[in-house]
Design a protein around this ligand. Structure first.
Ligand code: DAH
Length: 341
């Protein structure tokens, strides 16, 4: 079989895609390719002639292989450039050109805002598990056996009385003190669960716990911290709040804070107080040396007030129209210096 290398090279040069070149390679150098078969035919020749023809054929194969490789490289580059051209993204275009895509849920947004405020005040963020045990959720917090929170009608128990979906982020206080002792200055945003449902109560809602323990922390620090937080959160000169005396097993004395709704009504947004020395001792902190304050605020309620949301239940309906209306663009990060809303 005679091989016309020039013709072959012309064919290779004429190829217009990497796939074409590959097809040619198979038809020339593949198992049943033209040159491979010619090589096999040499076995029929006598040794002298075979040597001569073999040498020539090897050189031709070499030449063809080089031509294929260089054509392939050339076409690969062209195809890659075409692809890059096609995939080009104009980074200078505005995001969401007119169309609004995903938004941040107002609760996520409120959590980001309050995290920015507490971080700015020097608080560290702490987290704990959603599935808690009796000790961290109740016993260590000085919640007695007979307390209504321990009732099945108020709390979600899992597999008996020992495991529970946490009813309050206060459980994180216990974990933090057990692990790191005192002093402490933390905030802990997270999900909590209770058997409850109406316009201002949901079975799953969000709280932000705060805990500050030191050797000279007082009630005045608590009130100052909360007023300063509420002023920043609502972006007002004077926080429109009132304080009421209250009772919590884990604080002594205890208060509740309501926010003025402007229509003669108030909405309770947080509970707080000086940490009960029994809780400190339960968590391994020396109550003769340390004291401090704690608070637990309802994030959903703060978000309702700030963003003008009337019904808490809408928060978890998953209605896209609602989310578009109340959602926030994910690119706008709240910060104390750049502004919160
Ligand atoms: N755990 C309380 C609740 O869920 C809120 C609370 C009140 C938290 C007083 C505290 C606190 O840390 O000191 O209603």
């Amino acid at each position: 079989m005679s091989i016309n290398v020039d013709q072959i090279k012309n064919d290779i040069m004429a190829a217009t895609s990497v796939a074409d070149v590959e097809e040619l390679r198979v038809s020339l150098l593949g198992k049943k390719g033209q040159l491979t078969l010619a090589m096999k035919e040499l076995s029929g020749l006598d040794p002298e002639a075979r040597k001569e023809a073999g040498k020539q054929l090897n050189e031709q194969k070499q030449e063809v292989a080089v031509a294929i490789d260089s054509k392939k490289a050339e076409l690969e580059l062209i195809e890659m450039n075409a692809q890059l051209e096609k995939d080009k993204i104009d980074l200078t275009l505005p995001v969401n050109q007119g169309k609004k895509s995903g938004t941040l849920h107002p609760i996520t947004r409120a959590m980001m805002e309050l995290s920015a405020i507490f971080a700015n005040m020097g608080f560290e963020m702490a987290e704990g598990p959603d599935v808690e045990d009796d000790w961290h959720n109740f016993t260590a917090l000085n919640i007695p056996e007979w307390h209504p929170a321990r009732d099945m009608r108020d709390s979600f128990f899992i597999e008996g009385a020992e495991t529970i979906l946490r009813t309050e982020t206060s459980a994180v206080q216990v974990r933090k003190m057990e692990k790191d002792g005192a002093p402490v200055r933390i905030f802990c945003p997270g999900r909590v669960y209770r058997v409850d449902l109406d316009a201002t109560h949901a079975p799953i809602f969000h709280q932000c716990e705060g805990l500050v323990i030191g050797d000279s922390v007082t009630m005045a620090h608590l009130i100052g911290t909360l007023q300063s937080f509420l002023k920043s959160f609502f972006e007002v000169e004077q926080a429109p709040i009132r304080m009421r005396q209250h009772h919590f097993p884990f604080t002594e004395p205890s208060i509740e804070i309501d926010v003025d709704l402007g229509n003669g009504k108030w909405m309770e947004v947080l509970g707080a107080g000086m940490v009960n020395p029994k809780v400190l001792e339960n968590c391994g902190v020396d109550s003769s040396k340390y004291q401090g304050f704690a608070f637990g605020m309802g994030i959903d309620r703060l978000a309702m007030l700030k963003y003008g949301i009337k019904d808490l239940r809408k928060m978890s309906d998953g209605d896209v129209r609602w989310l578009r209306h109340y959602g926030y663009a994910p690119v706008e990060m709240p910060s104390k210096t750049e502004g919160l809303s």
